[in-house]
Every structure is written in C-alpha cells, then in structure tokens.
Design a protein around this ligand. Structure first.
Ligand SMILES: Nc1ncnc2c1ncn2[C@@H]1O[C@H](COP(=O)(O)OP(=O)(O)O)[C@@H](O)[C@H]1O
Ligand SMILES: [Mg+2]
Length: 282
C-alpha cells in the first residue's frame, strides 16, 4: 500500500461534545461497517476476517481495521506479525501509510496493539486521531470493516459511532443475547441508530437466527425507542452454523475461506458477503 497516495480530504473530521464522530459525506467513500457484539468471544474477529476475504472475491477493495484497540487479536487470526500498528500512528511514531498491511485474502489490514491500558479510556486526542485514520482510509476502499471489541466501553462505542452500518454478532446463548440486547439499546439511544443488523454465529438449528431476531425485536418494541420516538428495527443478516472447521482454521491461523472453503460455516460467510454486496449497491 506504500505506493498509494493519501488523497486530500475536503471533510474536516470532528467530534461532538459527547465524543461521537461527526462527518460529512463526500463521494466516493467506503461503506464503514462495524462488526460488534455485547458479549466477547462470539466470533467478531472470525467474521470480520472471513467476510473481508469473501467481499474481496467480489472485486471490492476492503480494509479490516482492528478497532479492539487495547485487546487486539486480528493479527493472530490472520497470522500477521506487524512491526507497525495503529498505536505507532496515534503516537506519531509511524506514518499511516506504513501501518496498512496486506492481509492473506487480498484485503488490507490496519492492526492495533495488544495489552495497552491507555486505550481503556479514550482521550479526545485519541478519538480525533482514530477518526482521522478512518477518514483518510475511507476514500481508498469500497468497504471498511471495523472489528470492534465487545460491550459498551468507550472505545467500542466510539468505533461504532464511525460506522454507517452496525452488525451485531451474537450466539444463540442467553448470555450472548442479553448482552446483545443491552448493546443494541445503548446504540439506539446514544447514537440514535434506527436500524441495526444481526448475525447469529454458532447457530445450532436452521431458523435460529430468524427466531432470535423476532424475539429481540419484540423486546425492543416494548422497551426501546430512539430519542426521536422511533422504534429500532433489527434486520437479520444471516446465520453461521457452529462448525468445528472454524476452530481448526483459527488454530492453524488460516482464513476459513482458504482452509476449508466448502465447509458449512464458510458457505454461510460467503452468503453473508453476497447480502452485504447487494446492500452496498442499493
Ligand atoms: N461458527 C463457529 N463455529 C465454531 N466455533 C466458532 C465459530 N465462530 C467462532 N468460533 C470460535 O470462537 C472463537 C472466538 O472467536 P473470535 O472471532 O475471536 O471472537 P470475538 O472476536 O467476538 O471475541 C474462535 O477462535 C473460534 O474458536
Ligand atoms: Mg475479536
């Protein structure tokens, strides 16, 4: 990516007093999609990496950004050993250009450092730098996937605030669904999100995701409205079955789509990518 030139950007990124990202929308620019969850360990990083590979196969220019700033592990899943991370960019030790790496599936990657307590609370300076990074990347890609941390911490909410679309990953377990509901509620009220998309990972039965989406929607209808009194709509994006091939691919530090492209989970990720592709063009 070192040959790419950062285009001058007409929009001046800024943040609101609440610290949420505010930006204008010059064209062309990437669709920014946050992959987030209430509970940890539900498959966000697996989904982000493999969706990126699947979208790349559709001919799209894709960047995956490890937005789990303090507890990054996208590098592990992608078997990358970064010398330069977002931390170096934020601290002025490296240029953004040099932090953009080539991922195994032909997509680009921006990695974060791990074990850094400074990102457990975001300062206004880090927020501004984080937003600048995303803004600088947006004109150069068709899709930017933000692989966020779990929950409703500062850094997660800020990452999600930069996204055009929010995809919540949840498993059918009651704990995951309770936490997904909590995250959806916070995003609806704080960020005035009128719709969010749900991916049910580690699904056990066909139809799991549709049923879960219906149940969550019912609870949302009763208890959550956005600030302007609108109901929040949950859109079911698809299910990914529980599949031992996923764990195997993570253990081997390979993309599932490359290791076992014909397995049930890989086929579901490919379907998900088809749906996102059509979402981008409508
Ligand atoms: N569909 C699936 N089937 C089986 N195991 C899965 C599936 N999705 C995720 N896993 C397992 O869950 C682990 C955690 O996934 P990860 O993507 O790191 O979660 P998160 O990013 O949400 O913390 C993976 O390493 C994998 O072993
Ligand atoms: Mg993760």
């Amino acid at each position: 990516m070192t040959d790419a030139v950062l285009p001058s950007h007409p929009a001046i990124p800024t943040t609101t007093p609440m610290g949420e990202a505010v930006r204008t929308r010059p064209q062309p620019r990437a669709k920014i999609i946050a992959i987030t969850s209430g509970k940890g360990g539900v498959g966000k990083t697996f989904v982000s990496a493999n969706l990126a590979a699947a979208l790349t196969r559709h001919g799209l220019k894709v960047l995956v950004l490890d937005a789990d700033l303090g507890l990054a592990n996208l590098d592990v899943v992608l078997n990358l050993f970064p010398k330069i991370t977002l931390h170096d960019v934020f601290t002025g030790k490296a240029a953004l250009e040099d932090a953009v790496l080539a991922g195994p599936g032909g997509f680009s990657v921006l990695l974060a450092g791990s074990g850094m307590v400074e990102y457990s609370h975001l300062t206004p300076e880090i927020r501004a730098k984080f937003l600048q990074v995303v803004e600088a990347m947006a004109p150069r890609f068709d899709v930017i996937l933000l692989d966020t941390g779990a929950g409703i911490s500062d850094v997660v909410l800020f990452s999600v605030s930069m996204a055009d679309e929010v995809m919540i990953v949840a498993t059918p377990e009651p704990t995951s669904l309770t936490d997904a509901y909590a995250a959806i509620k916070v995003l609806a009220t704080q960020q005035k999100r009128q719709h969010m998309r749900l991916i049910i990972n580690q699904a056990v039965r066909p139809g799991d995701g549709r049923a879960i989406t219906g149940q969550l929607q019912q609870v949302l209808n009763r208890f959550v409205t956005t600030e302007d009194g609108q109901p929040v709509r949950l859109l079911h994006m698809g299910d990914i079955p529980a599949d031992p091939a996923v764990r195997d691919s993570v253990m081997r530090r390979q993309l599932l789509l490359q290791a076992t492209p014909g397995c049930a989970a890989a086929l579901s990720v490919a379907q998900l990518a088809n749906k996102i592709k059509s979402m981008l063009t409508t």
